[in-house]
Design a protein around this ligand. Structure first.
Ligand code: C2E
Ligand code: CA
Ligand code: CA
Length: 534
């Protein structure tokens, strides 16, 4: 095809056509220089070209409005001067058709043919275009994964599956706002790029709207099909602007959502927590080695008389920075890292040592027992009866002065082993308590077979019990169960007198809680025995 071309002369600030060819005229590029778009729009380029010492230059030129825009490759080639005037041959290669094909191909590659939505690649492009480090916090990516979609495909055929996907896409679109971008990432997974007008809560709102939009069953031929979905969210604010990371994090979150059955948000903080735990592990190991932990003692009282019958030994740790950490934070770290074995050994030894010191101070049996917590993991990993016996012997304490608190999870993990262990502990004369009772899933048949002396009713049932009939019902049930099995009971978390009286009236044996005392240092605990049991 002949190429539109013109020879242009420069006359001062103006240009003249020395000649234009037919294709140039036909392309609507004009015959009079002052009226030609080439001179009008490319004049500054031409001028710069003439003023340079280049003989040749090429530029891309877009001409016309968006709809019927044409794309040219424009070449300037210097010609010999005539009469002292600069001259150049300007030729234009029309690349409109090629570019259009490329664009539509690109669009096709970025589009899911079934739904007409952007596909994974298209979605990445959209997210990347929207995101920059400065604006990341204004966006979130939501991934919606349909449950059991493959079953629909398998049972009803691919066509029905396609129909379902199209309907789902339509409903999803309806649940979004105009500026949000919906995409189909793969088979049964959709992605949404959200603009957050109102912070992270926006994303949760949209998640709820999506769930509501999918709540009604879909009609497929003669069937009604319910589609559940898992939703994972990744917030731009939790991301340094990398669009791929953002999509991947949302896909991570949707995996978690499949397990937890609720909308999950990806948190980079999870890494921080893991890192912190790792740091804590090192510090805790050192604290145990250096004897930097201490035991506090919280009284357990006879509900009928108010007398202290025993003290529960509770671990305390003030770390190197002077921060006092809760056992709820460091016991899990100890369990995960295996440090629970030395920690538990230390606690047992320290409790026995304390009791021996109190006895010595009282000039005989000081009249209370100590209760020591045994973690399920510790029970799995250590030779508990041997360990307990050694501690008692070391400090000259009888087994009858010791209560061991075990949790239901210890029974669930390995019932046979725990049965052996408990029998051996009973042989030492100790009292065995089932801690946090009601929160685990222990089999009542085991409860009956195991030598348990005492049930500790978990604080979650006790506190707020007076205002909650369900809790009262649970507590009553536990109390009658204990009675039927010949066990005593301790209610945890008693903070008011009224609660203590109600529990006593219901037949609970012992009580523990801030009403009586918070966990106390060794010497304070000893003084309390004198005051209360006097
Ligand atoms: P736990 O065995 O259920 O211990 C009772 C917890 O309830 C203690 O928390 C105690 O301070 C708290 N508490 C007692 N009365 C009240 C009350 O009236 N109101 C409220 N709000 N709380 C009350 P603490 O000392 O933070 O211990 C938490 C948990 O850590 C313990 O729960 C126990 O499972 C574990 N733990 C503590 N020390 C040890 C230990 O030496 N070994 C093992 N394996 N676990 C331990
Ligand atoms: Ca306990
Ligand atoms: Ca407890």
């Amino acid at each position: 095809m002949p190429i539109p071309a013109a020879v242009i002369e420069r006359r001062g600030r103006d240009f003249e056509f020395e000649a234009v060819n037919r294709p140039f005229r036909l392309a609507g590029l004009g015959t009079i220089a002052s009226e030609s778009p080439v001179v009008r729009l490319l004049g500054p380029h031409l001028r710069r070209f003439f003023e340079s010492d280049q003989t040749h230059q090429e530029i891309n030129w877009q001409f016309g409005d968006e709809v019927d825009c044409r794309y040219f490759r424009v070449m300037f080639a210097r010609r010999a001067n005539v009469r002292g005037l600069d001259r150049a041959l300007v030729s234009l290669i029309d690349q409109t058709a090629e570019l259009r094909t490329e664009q539509s191909l690109r669009r096709e590659m970025m589009t899911d043919s079934l739904t007409g939505l952007p596909n994974r690649a298209g979605f990445s492009d959209e997210v990347e275009a929207a995101l920059s480090p400065g604006t990341a916090a204004d966006y979130a990516v939501l991934v919606v994964n349909l449950d059991r979609f493959s079953r629909v495909n398998a049972c009803m055929g691919g066509l029905a599956g396609d129909e379902l996907l199209i309907s789902v896409a339509r409903r999803l679109k309806g649940a979004l706002r105009g500026r949000d971008i919906l995409a189909r990432l793969n088979g049964d997974e959709f992605g949404v790029l959200l603009v957050l007008d109102d912070g992270p809560n926006d994303a949760l709102h949209v998640a709820k709207r999506i769930q509501a939009a999918l709540a009604n069953p879909f009609r497929l031929s003669d069937f009604e099909i319910r589609v559940d979905c898992a939703i994972g969210i990744a917030l731009g604010s939790d991301n340094d602007g990398d669009s791929e990371d953002l999509v991947r994090n949302a896909q991570f979150a949707v995996k978690r959502s499949k397990q937890s059955s609720r909308t999950e948000t990806y948190h980079t903080h999870a890494f921080d927590i893991a890192r912190e735990q790792f740091g804590m592990e090192t510090e805790l190991r050192r604290a145990i080695e250096e004897g930097a932990l201490s035991l506090y003692f919280q009284p357990i009282c006879d509900l009928a008389t108010g007398r202290i019958t025993s003290f529960e030994a509770l671990a305390r740790w003030t770390n190197e920075d002077g921060v006092s950490l809760s056992p709820n934070d460091f016991i899990p770290v100890a369990e995960e890292s295996g440090l629970i074995v030395p920690l538990g050994r230390w606690a047992m030894d320290e409790a026995a040592r304390t009791l021996a010191a109190w006895d010595a101070q009282a000039g005989g049996d000081c009249g209370v027992k100590v209760a020591v917590n045994l973690s399920a993991i510790q029970l799995q990993r250590d030779q508990i009866p041997t360990m307990v016996r050694a501690a008692l012997d070391r400090h000259g304490i009888g087994g009858n002065r010791l209560t061991l608190e075990l949790t239901e999870s210890a029974i669930v993990t390995d019932p046979d082993r725990i049965t052996q262990t408990m029998k051996a502990l009973k042989d030492l004369g100790t009292t065995l308590a089932m801690d946090d009772f009601g929160t685990g899933y222990s089999n009542l048949a085991y409860l009956q077979k195991l030598p348990i002396d005492l049930l500790k009713i978990d604080r979650s049932f006790v506190s707020g019990m007076l205002a909650d009939r369900d809790k009262v019902a649970i507590v009553r049930a536990i109390l009658s169960l204990a009675q039927a099995l010949g066990m005593q009971t301790t209610a945890e978390g008693i903070e008011t007198n009224e609660l203590a009286q109600t529990l006593a009236a219901l037949g609970c044996t012992y009580g523990q809680g801030f009403l009586y005392a918070r966990p106390l240092a060794q010497s304070e605990a000893y003084s309390l025995i004198g005051q209360r049991n006097g």
